[in-house]
Ligand binder design. Structure first.
Ligand SMILES: [Fe+2]
Length: 287
């Protein structure tokens, strides 16, 4: 098994195949599609091929129906890839899909995603217990910001390779069940207990990752703290494995919850940035 630290042969085989398929940049992962609510089989195949390669694909819609319901379109897209188990976090709308836009008041206004501020490297749902972690993610752009709001992206499997090749003990430290603790949260009638768990773990034979570069009140196990610094350095140094893209209207990211940031943006109040986010407990089928 490739993710078993005692099985170097399997790891080498998996690693070599993974690296030989590695895309040069985000444009290699882009697929023009007519309308995500009605993908052709060829469009679906192309998206799945990219996700298989590096856990993410970028779609670019060319013929959306005017006045389409974007949330329903996102749900339909997810359905094509076996994404059905929505993660209903407490700020999601009733249908489980979250509109991300600057909120000037209400519960959302106190959270960074609903401001123009940048969001550091993370995987979505890092505060979920591993059993209900976020494995699939769609980010659909209805309207970009006037300026900024790019996403940096990295396949967690490529990060895993970077770390394991540096020192397998980094993976060992980050895989222990006490590696990272997210503090509890208690407001707006929602109580989330503190969540302790590994950064890297294996589910159904596939690598999963929960991570945040946020430093405030995150507790790292003493044995994992140094490894967390190495992650931070790899992500900050960027390099060829970090892609940067700015979603335009009708573009979106379909992925197995890859590592990402959101860069700072500034809105035109008449046309504020609007993204729809759907988080799933499923991984993209066939990838
Ligand atoms: Fe995110």
């Amino acid at each position: 098994m490739a993710f078993n630290l005692d099985d170097d042969d399997s790891y080498r085989r998996w690693r070599d195949q993974k690296l030989s398929a590695r895309p040069g940049d985000l444009t290699e992962l882009a697929v023009e599609v007519g309308d995500i609510a009605a993908l052709s089989p060829a469009e679906e195949d192309a998206l799945r091929r990219h996700v298989r390669r590096c856990n993410m694909a970028l779609y670019v819609e060319t013929s959306r129906q005017p006045n389409r319901d974007d949330k329903r379109a996102v749900a339909a897209l997810g359905g094509r890839f076996g994404l059905t188990a929505l993660d209903r976090n407490h700020l999601a709308d009733d249908d489980g899909i979250t509109p991300l836009a600057v909120a000037s008041d209400g519960a959302r206004a106190r959270y960074i995603p609903y401001t123009e501020r940048p969001i550091a490297w993370h995987t979505d749902g890092y505060y979920n217990p591993p059993a209900t972690g976020v494995r699939g993610l769609i980010l659909h752009c209805a309207r970009p910001a006037a300026q900024g709001g790019e996403n940096k992206l990295m396949d967690p499997e490529l990060l895993y390779i970077r770390l394991r090749d540096l020192d397998p003990d980094l993976i060992r430290a980050l895989s222990q069940p006490q590696a990272m603790t997210i503090p509890g949260n208690d407001d707006e009638g929602m109580t989330r207990p503190a969540m302790t768990g590994p950064v890297f773990f294996v589910r159904d034979g596939r690598l999963a990752m929960r991570y945040t570069a946020r430093t405030r009140s995150i507790e790292w196990h003493p044995e994992a703290a140094a490894a967390a610094q190495v992650i931070r350095r790899v992500l900050e140094d960027g390099g060829a494995d970090v892609f940067v893209g700015r979603l335009q209207a009708g573009w979106g990211l379909l992925c197995n919850n890859v590592l990402h940031t959101r860069e700072r943006f500034s809105d035109d109040p008449a046309r504020p940035r609007l993204l729809y986010r759907a988080r799933y407990h499923d991984r993209i089928q066939g990838t």
